[in-house]
Design a protein around this ligand. Structure first.
Ligand code: SAM
Ligand code: SF4
Length: 335
């Protein structure tokens, strides 16, 4: 592992990228079934294979000790995992002691009951996925979701002092006509909005090509109505931000298909079963669970080093390929 360039421990991959951000999935289960994410009858990982809350907390500590500065909890839906708020509290205890930021991506259905505990643990900002603000459409995209609960969750997050960013997957023929309204709503509420291109991860019932909406097209359409100026704002993520003069807010574009951002990739992902994927768009993986369960921290560190050495230079997503680029769903790897 190369550490010479930095005072603190650092994870550096084979292409010289500093990896200081981990997306840690706490479950692959979810209370929604978004049509682009997973099939209606999704097969979930066996419960016995999941890392316990204690193991997840321990792994977090090891990762922070190795140079990870930011952790985002995700899933599946992280807030359906029993004990997740205990985990948030335990990871939050590292803030200011090696960990710079603890965040969460959620569908919002259980946010109302969790927002205060998140804020108390030191979480300052969260991402909430919201693909439509029309109740019927939301129900259709999520296969049964209740929009009112998500909006209550967002209100609770704001009341608890959390900064909210809205994630919206841009879907041709499903929500493309709502993007401008979403931008105005987000601006009025002080939320950034990130649009995401649908990625070919795991089989779903529909052909994702039919729903794929290239974001450069969306941006061009928005620019007829809004003044978008490239923003200096950075979150360390793949979103490219623009200030929106008319709303006073910001819009981000996450473009894995139309504009590859792998050169600045700073992250790896760990599944709820302790499998580390160095890249969202590749099958390569390293197992952390066995060394973790054996209490062998040195072996966990060796596995981490192997994972970094194996991190590919770039994903190779191609929406037009008949089978998905990667067989596992986003909900398994941790979105
Ligand atoms: N359940 C939580 C949620 O929906 O926010 C967290 C996990 S979810 C997998 C994380 C993000 O991935 C969500 O914003 C979701 O819309 C997005 N997502 C899921 N499948 C995707 C796909 N195939 N392509 C692009 N984005 C996807
Ligand atoms: Fe669940 Fe999130 Fe996937 Fe929707 S995108 S099915 S909320 S994991």
């Amino acid at each position: 592992m190369a550490t010479a360039l930095f005072d603190t421990p650092a994870l550096i991959d084979g292409f010289g990228r500093r990896i200081d951000y981990v997306r840690l999935s706490v479950t692959d289960r979810c209370d929604l079934r978004c049509v682009y994410c997973m099939p209606e009858r999704m097969r979930f990982l066996p419960r016995a294979d999941l890392l316990s809350i204690d193991e997840l907390a321990e792994l977090g500590g090891i990762l922070i000790g190795s140079g990870v500065r930011r952790i985002r909890l995700t899933g599946g839906e992280p807030l359906v995992r029993p004990g997740v708020l205990d985990l948030v509290g335990r990871l939050g205890a590292w803030l200011g002691r090696g960990l710079d930021e603890l965040t969460l991506t959620t569908n919002g259905t259980r946010l109302a009951g969790a927002a205060e505990a998140l804020a108390d643990a030191g979480v300052q900002r969260i991402n909430v996925s919201l693909d439509s603000r029309d109740p019927e459409r939301f129900r259709a995209i999520t296969r049964g979701g209740d929009l009112a609960r998500v909006l209550d969750g967002i209100d609770a997050a704001v009341a608890a002092g959390l900064r909210v960013k809205i994630n919206m997957v841009a879907l041709k023929g499903l929500n493309e006509d709502e993007i401008a309204d979403m931008l105005v709503w987000c601006g009025a509420r002080g939320f950034d909005l990130s649009l995401i291109e649908t990625m070919p991860l795991g089989l779903v019932e529909e052909d994702r090509t039919d729903r794929y909406l290239p974001l450069p097209e969306v941006r061009a359409a928005l620019e007829k109505r809004f003044t978008l100026t490239p923003s200096a704002h950075r979150t360390g993520g793949p979103s490219r931000y623009f200030d929106v003069a008319e709303t006073g807010g910001r819009i981000g574009f996450i473009t894995p298909l139309t504009r590859n951002f792998c050169a600045t990739c700073n992250r790896v992902r760990v599944t709820a079963t302790g499998t580390l994927y160095p890249c969202l768009g590749h099958a390569r993986k390293v197992e952390l669970r066995d060394p973790l369960r054996a209490g062998d921290q040195a072996a966990v560190q060796t596995a981490l080093d192997q994972a970094l050495a194996a991190k590919p230079q770039a994903h190779d997503f191609d929406i037009a390929r008949p089978s998905p680029a990667v067989a596992r769903h986003m909900s398994v790897t941790g979105g």
